[in-house]
Design a protein around this ligand. Sequence first.
Ligand code: GTR
Length: 420
Amino acid sequence: MKPLAICSFALAALPSLGAPTVNYDEAKVPDAPLPDALSAPGGTFKASNALEWESRVRPKIAEFFESEVYGRRPPRPERETFEIVESSDDALGGKALRRQIKITLGGAKGEKSFIMLLYLPKSPAPAPVFVGLNFMGNHATADDPEIIMPEWVRNTRLGGIQISDNRPTEKYRGLQSRRWPYEKIISKGFGAATIYYCDIYPDLEKADGAPQSVYSIFKEPMNGAIAAWSWGLSRALDALETVPQADAKRAVAVGHSRLGKTALLAAAFDARFAGAVSNDSGCMGAALSRRQFGETVEIITRQFPFWFSPELRKWAGREAEMPADQHQMLALIAPRPLYVASASEDLWADPRGEFLSLAEASKAYALFGAKNVPSEADFGVEKPFAGDVGYHMRRGGHDILEYDWENFCNFFSKALPRAR
Ligand code: GTR
């Protein structure tokens, strides 16, 4: 999609407002200095080593993002059960194991269940696993007749097929397989686990799906769809911990776009994730908010207020005053391996802002001894950087494709610790 088309779609979807201008001109990026990556919000204390970072800076940054940006993630549920409801040792043409695990979560006010689809390589040792949510139902991620469909889907249009009654359709089976190249992932020695994101929190896009979300099992009121989705990734990890052929200590949170924002939050707040991938996550994902390039706090909080803490709205148009920016969100993942991917035509997500954010976050990695971190010269189309953190900008538009996965696998093959 051309940037212009993305822009006019987004603006058309906005409620009537004095149309916000979307800036795609590098010369018009405000000259707003970034908060120091190693300083606590407010700039009172700067870490000069990893211990100071962990004890005096990191918790304050985490607190900022929970209270002002995403909302607080719910606690681990009181009751959790995992049931393998379908299994094959001969999936994907004999190359993989398939497990479908029903995850049931119980809280003070009820229960929620959904299914995690998992493919694993037939390897002698437990395999590292990419864990991500999907947009259209597990069955849309592969042309595999055994994949169980969700009970409810959001009304959407895909491959010319419109859903208007919230009922899943066989016609969606495999329609998003280009985004989930399982055979490639398996051939690289990784597993892949996925859950349909609306099973966790329905993304109604024009209204808040909170009443049907996982939040409904808790007594306490909660908000923020991204926080809920990221919490869902942690529940996927709980399930993975029960699968002997999966190495849950080497699980990498992955996601595209709004689900890339989600993957970052999951890894930032759940230290069990060994790493994270942000693909085209853009505004309130990897991209620096201060640049106000492409999507801004103003636009995203008008269009999707329920994705975030209600507090975020007050920073619309005041990005330069925000006590922390997204490079500090990325820094929360240090020293675990982090990969940020952009796409050259996806200006809405601000590729340069995503890259600069990663480069700044690398200062936190350096505190832990990282030496191979990106600099300005590493920003370019299809010249992947794979050091202590990773980055690439694929040629093309807003999507997650085999080229992206190939590079994620290459990076994490080296960056993840060896199996213990
Ligand atoms: C857009 C939103 C982006 C991104 C995207 C997506 O409408 O403005 O922040 O999250 O949706 O998830 O595809």
